[in-house]
Design a protein around this ligand. Structure first.
Ligand code: HAM
Length: 417
C-alpha cells in the first residue's frame, strides 16, 4: 500500500476507541470531583517554550523534538509534553488573577522522536493534571491520590508508586556539586553524551540507558542525604499523609525524571507488565517553572498519564464493554420503508441505538445483518404487518416474539427497550 502511518504513529481504530472513551470519561468525572477543569492548548508552540521549560540538556529537547521552521522562519515545535504549554497559558491569560489556586487538566497528543517499541510511540497521548498556587505537601498528596484513584477507578491494578524528593535551589546545588565530582572521577566509563551532561547538568546522567552509565550511577551520591530541613519536612509530611490514607509507596532515590523543571517531590506510577516502558504516569513539583517562563513566582505540581500504556494494560486484563444496538428494524417492502425510517429517527432521538438496512434486502439477509451487529432486538415489519398495523418485536437473546401496534410504537418501544 502506498500510504500508511509513519513509524511510531498509529491509528486508533473503532474497536479500540471505546476503551479510550471509557478512560477519558472516567478521568473527566473523577477530576471534576477534585475541582479540576479542562484546558485545551495548541499542539504547536514556539520551540523556545520547551527548550527553556524542559531544559536544553534533557533527551526530550536535545534529541526528540519535532521542530521545524515555518514559512516565516519561526522556530516551532510539536509539543513533546503539556506542562510547559499549560504554564504558558496560565501566565498568558493570568489565570491566577481572581484566585491563586488553579486546578487544570488537559488531554491530547504529544510528539517525541524516540525509538518506537512496546509502549513507546512517536505520537502518544497524555492526560495531564496540574495544580497551581500551593507549595504545601497536601497539594502533593492530593495530586498523587488523584492519580492513584484514577487507576483504581478504571480497574488497573498491580501498580507501584515510586516517590522521591529532588530538593530545592537551597540544597540541590550542593548535591549537584558532589555528583559532578563523583562523575568527573569516572568520566572514562561514561558515554559521550554523559561526559557532557556530567559537566552541564549531572542529574541527567541518571536518565541514561547506556549500561556503563547505569552502573556508574548506581553508586553515585543520592539526594536524600543532601536535603535541607524544609525539603525533608515537606517530604516527611507527604509520606505521612499517604500513609494515613493507606496509599502504599516506595521511596526511590534514583527517580530524577527526565525533565529539568522538577524540584522536591517527583513520582512515577509503574507496572511490571509493559517491559522496559514501565511508567504509566509520572509527575512532580515544579515550583520554579512559572517564573522561569516569565510569570509570577507561583508553585505548582502535576502529573501525566500515558493513555496508550493504560489501554495496553486494560486490554490485557479485561475486555472493553462495547455498546450494542438496542434495535434493528427489518423493514420489508416499499410501504414500510418511510415509517421505519421515522421510527428509527424518533427512537435515536430518545437515546436508543437503532439500525435500519437501507438496501431493501430479504428478511434472511437483514436478520443476518442484525446478528452481525449483535442487535439486542429486531423489529420485523413487512406488508402483512403493515396491513394489520402491527410489527413483530423479537428479543434476539431469548428468541421471544411479541406484537407491537403501530399506534404509539415509538413510546412503547422506548419503554420496553
Ligand atoms: P513524562 O514522564 O515524560 O512526564 O510522561 C508522562 C507519561 O507519558 C509517561 O509516564 C508515559 O506513560 C507517557 N509517555 C511518555 N513518553 C511516551 C512515549 N514515547 N510513548 C508512549 N507513552 C509515553 C511528562 O510529560 C510531564 N509533563 C508530566 C508532568 C505533568 N509533570 C508535571 N506535570
Amino acid at each position: 500500500m502506498e500510504f500508511t502511518t509513519l513509524k511510531g504513529f498509529k491509528d486508533i481504530l473503532p474497536e479500540e476507541s471505546a476503551r479510550w472513551q471509557e478512560i477519558e470519561t472516567n478521568a473527566r468525572a473523577l477530576f471534576s470531583t477534585f475541582g479540576y477543569r479542562e484546558i485545551k492548548t495548541p499542539v504547536l508552540e514556539k520551540t523556545a517554550l520547551f527548550s527553556r521549560g524542559i531544559g536544553r540538556e534533557t533527551d526530550i529537547v536535545s534529541k526528540e523534538m519535532y521542530s521545524f521552521e515555518d514559512i516565516k522562519g519561526r522556530g516551532l515545535t510539536m509539543r513533546p509534553e503539556a506542562t510547559a504549554s499549560v504554564v504558558r497559558a496560565y501566565i498568558q491569560h493570568r489565570l491566577y488573577r481572581n484566585y491563586p489556586i488553579q486546578k487544570l487538566y488537559a488531554m491530547g497528543p504529544m510528539f517525541r522522536h524516540e525509538r518506537p517499541q512496546k509502549g513507546r510511540f512517536r505520537q502518544f497521548h497524555q492526560i495531564n493534571v496540574e495544580l497551581f498556587g500551593d507549595p504545601g505537601p497536601q497539594s502533593d498528596a492530593e495530586i498523587i491520590i488523584l492519580a492513584m484513584y484514577f487507576f483504581e477507578m478504571i480497574g488497573l491494578r498491580d501498580l507501584t508508586l515510586h516517590l522521591n524528593s529532588l530538593g530545592c535551589p537551597d540544597c540541590r546545588p550542593d548535591f549537584k556539586e558532589k555528583l559532578k565530582r563523583y562523575l568527573a572521577e569516572r568520566t572514562s566509563s561514561l558515554c559521550a553524551d554523559c561526559q557532557k551532561r556530567a559537566q552541564l547538568n549531572p542529574l541527567r546522567v541518571f536518565d541514561c540507558k547506556v549500561e556503563t552509565c547505569k552502573s556508574v550511577v548506581q553508586n553515585a551520591p543520592a539526594i536524600p542525604a543532601f536535603l535541607c530541613r524544609d525539603c525533608r519536612d515537606h517530604f516527611g509530611s507527604l509520606k505521612a499523609t499517604l500513609d494515613a490514607l493507606n496509599i502504599p509507596f516506595e521511596v526511590n532515590d534514583r527517580l530524577v525524571r527526565g525533565l529539568d523543571y522538577y524540584n522536591r517531590t517527583t513520582f512515577e506510577i509503574q507496572t511490571e507488565h509493559l517491559g522496559a516502558q514501565n511508567a504509566v504516569a509520572g509527575g512532580g513539583r515544579y515550583d520554579g517553572l512559572v517564573k522561569t517562563l516569565g510569570g509570577p513566582d507561583h508553585p505548582a505540581i502535576g502529573f501525566a498519564v500515558g493513555i496508550e500504556r493504560v489501554v495496553a494494560l486494560l486490554e490485557a486484563s479485561k475486555p472493553a464493554e462495547l455498546r450494542k444496538p438496542d434495535l434493528f428494524i427489518a423493514a420489508l417492502g416499499e410501504n414500510v420503508s418511510l415509517p421505519a425510517f421515522q421510527w428509527m429517527t424518533a427512537l435515536r432521538k430518545q437515546g436508543l441505538w437503532v439500525e435500519l438496512d437501507y438496501g431493501g434486502k430479504s428478511l434472511k439477509s437483514q436478520m443476518k445483518k442484525a446478528n452481525r451487529l449483535d442487535a439486542q432486538n429486531v423489529l420485523i415489519v413487512g406488508d402483512d404487518e403493515a396491513a394489520a398495523k402491527k410489527a413483530v418485536l423479537r428479543d434476539m437473546n431469548t428468541g421471544e416474539q411479541i406484537d407491537v401496534g403501530f399506534n404509539n410504537l415509538v413510546s412503547t418501544l422506548k419503554d420496553m427497550l
